[in-house]
Design a protein around this ligand. Sequence first.
Ligand code: CO
Length: 215
Amino acid sequence: MKNKMNDINQLLKNNRNWSESVKKEQPDFFNDLSKQQSPKYLWIGCADSRVPANQITGLAPGEVFVHRNIANVVSRNDFNCLSVLQYAVEVLKVEHIIVCGHYGCGGVIAALSRQKLGFIDNWLSNIKDVFLKHEMKFKPIESEQQRSDLLCELNVMEQVSNVCKTTIVQEAWERGQKLSVHGWIYSLQDGLLKDLNVTFESPQQVTDIYQYDCD
Ligand code: CO
């Protein structure tokens, strides 16, 4: 019990040290940031503790708006994610949205299996849907690792497409707002990000049925 308390108090101590060191280097840092945030990027990533958005991209507080959930899913029924997206695009006017997955994602691996985990299975069915959509691509692959790597990549691509299909992004493009949507994947093995080259910058890149008529 005592040790547990020490662990948690350590975080507060770390925080005081961090705040001091930032102030020493940049005396106006907190004062300036407290007035407003104007991040250029929205990050939609996995909640996995090993994939912290700011650290792996070298961005300071104030530079990236972050939404994380299990397996970086963008679901049109998720008020939380859609609210983050709307605020980031319409109020903060971010220029880039990055959907970032990672290899070895527990959520993706679970979705690929028949393992029953409880309530979370409802969430993971979003990823089972991605698998079903691309089932043929998995047929020739036997290695569990390769199957999960492929689904991690396809999941990112699918969620990029889901971002682009939202009325939020569609309307931003219709207004002529500069907005790109990117799909990246992170390797836990070497800490490197890979661009999956699925960048969308205009509604013409989105599948026909989602190209709304503009008037
Ligand atoms: Co994950």
